[in-house]
Design a protein around this ligand. Structure first.
Ligand SMILES: [Zn+2]
Length: 114
């Protein structure tokens, strides 16, 4: 997952990039990603790459569910548990349409001076 970030940066094939200063991520709440752990792991794997020292900013995406039982569709406000249920009827039979994202929204880079 973290390698995805590094690969994306590499594949962009930026010209004259000195370093990556900031990475904006969008993470679905249902991924249950621990951001502190993610940042720490990123620090480790980005060492001696152009991503070293990059700041990671995370925007969480609320889960979007469709209830198979009552047809409710909408965002879930809180996710305290791995098991989620419909906020309207309580049914655990849901289709999850959002909340599992792991997207790189944008990357800020610093360029070498020519
Ligand atoms: Zn329901």
């Amino acid at each position: 997952m973290l390698n995805t970030i590094l690969d994306t940066v590499k594949n962009h094939n930026f010209k004259n990039v000195k370093r990556v200063s900031k990475i904006n991520l969008e993470i679905g709440e249902l991924t249950f990603i621990n951001v502190e752990q993610l940042k720490f792991a990123f620090e480790v794997i980005s060492k001696s790459t152009i991503c070293e020292g990059a700041e990671i900013e995370v925007k969480f995406i609320k889960p979007y569910i469709v209830c198979n039982h009552c047809g409710y569709r909408g965002e879930l406000d809180t996710v305290d548990d791995v098991i989620i249920s419909c906020p309207k009827c309580g049914s655990p039979s849901l289709k999850i349409e959002g909340g599992k994202e792991f997207n790189i929204k944008n990357i800020t880079v610093e360029f070498e001076e020519e």
